[in-house]
Every structure is written in structure tokens, then in C-alpha cells.
Design a protein around this ligand. Structure first.
Ligand SMILES: C[S@@+](CC[C@H](N)C(=O)[O-])C[C@H]1O[C@@H](n2cnc3c(N)ncnc32)[C@H](O)[C@@H]1O
Length: 193
């Protein structure tokens, strides 16, 4: 367990980022929107993949991706979030209804200091997270995301449109290439091999 630096959590977290309001993340409309982005990633998930949902909240995005994939295509799902209450919800709601729940792990931690080795994930989800982090933590989180992705690995990224351009530029500077923009605010990127 890696505790989150206090400065890496926004003091005033936007509502869906708070455990009491996380139901907003699981509404049909939001899931439908997320599926539009996630569908563009499906073809890039290799068999036996390791997937990290960085800033997972209750894990609805990972759950939607799992629904779009053939059974057991993913070897390991890691849900990472600094708010323990979010991960408790993930355990109670999302993980328990997975047929391969033993492949899922909920880890309390910080996207700005990811507790994982370099190149350890084939795919990382970062959806609606950088916009919930303090500005000083965003740069670290971007560097960390790139570090834990294997060369040739994929990032499914989403932020509100007002901050997309600056974040995409930062990822590109670190060697990621934008390969698709399935919706406003969303993008699929690949790390150069
Ligand atoms: C708006 S929610 C999005 C949750 C999920 N990605 C989704 O789309 O349903 C933002 C999440 O980012 C998490 N978060 C905030 N700061 C973080 C940090 N430094 N590292 C990792 N996650 C963080 C919050 O705890 C919250 O669960």
C-alpha cells in the first residue's frame, strides 16, 4: 500500500470523485459514454494482458472494458485509487460480480507514485482522473503512467475537453502517440516500442 501524498489529492474533489457521489460514475449515460471510448481500445488488448485502472474510483470503467472483452482475456486487473472508500465500493459492487474476481486487485495508492515496476502493464485506463488531481501531481502522474506501460502498450485516456490538449502534449513528449480520438476529451495512445 502506498499512501497518497496529501498534495496529490485535490482538496475540493469534484463531486463524482467523492465516495458519497460515486454513483454518478455508474449511471447508464456515463457508462454509455465511457463505452464509446473503451470500444476503441478493445482490439489492442492482448491475450493475458495486465490492465491498470489508475484512479479507478469504484471501477466502473474497468468493468465496462471487461464486458467488451472475451472471458478471461485479461490476466490481471489492478484498480488503483487513494480513497479507500472508493475501493471498498469497487470490492462490494464491481469486483464481486466478476466471473474471474480472483484476477482483480484493489490497491490503495497514488497515480503520481504508482506502486508497480516499470513496463508492467499492457494497458492503462486513466479516465476522469487527471482533472481530479492537484496541478502539481498531474505531471508526476503522466510520467508514472508512461513508466508502468510496457513499450508498445496502450493508454485509454479521458479528461474534460478543457484540459485535453495540454495533457496529450505531455504524453506525446514522453513518447506516446495518439492513435484515435473516439470522443471529445477521450483518446487512445500507444507507447512507442
Ligand atoms: C471522477 S473519479 C473517476 C473514477 C473512474 N476513473 C471513473 O471514470 O469512473 C476520479 C477518481 O480519481 C481519484 N484520484 C484523485 N487523485 C488521485 C491520485 N493522486 N491518484 C490516483 N487517483 C486519484 C479519485 O479518488 C477518484 O476516485
Amino acid at each position: 500500500m502506498v499512501p497518497c501524498e496529501p498534495g496529490n489529492l485535490r482538496r475540493r474533489m469534484p463531486l463524482p470523485g467523492r465516495p458519497g457521489w460515486s454513483w454518478l460514475l455508474g449511471t447508464r449515460l456515463r457508462r454509455w459514454r465511457m463505452r464509446r471510448t473503451l470500444r476503441a481500445a478493445v482490439e489492442h488488448v492482448p491475450s493475458g494482458a495486465s490492465v491498470l485502472d489508475a484512479g479507478s474510483g469504484p471501477g466502473y470503467d474497468a468493468e465496462e472494458l471487461a464486458r467488451l472483452l472475451p472471458a478471461a482475456k485479461v490476466r490481471r486487473w489492478v484498480l488503483l485509487d487513494p480513497q479507500r472508500l472508493m475501493l471498498l465500493q469497487a470490492g462490494r459492487i464491481v469486483i464481486r460480480r466478476q466471473p474471474d474476481a480472483d484476477r482483480w486487485a484493489a490497491v490503495v495508492g497514488d497515480a503520481a507514485a504508482i506502486p508497480a515496476r516499470d513496463s508492467s502493464f499492457d494497458l492503462v485506463l486513466s479516465l476522469g482522473v487527471l482533472c481530479c488531481m492537484s496541478e502539481m501531481a498531474v505531471a508526476k502522474a503522466i510520467t508514472e503512467t508512461v513508466r508502468v506501460l510496457r513499450p508498445g502498450g496502450w493508454l485509454v485516456f479521458g479528461v474534460p475537453p478543457w484540459r485535453r490538449a495540454q495533457d496529450l502534449e505531455s504524453f506525446e513528449r514522453l513518447g506516446l502517440v495518439v492513435v484515435a480520438r473516439p470522443r471529445r476529451g477521450g483518446a487512445i495512445l500507444q507507447k512507442r516500442a
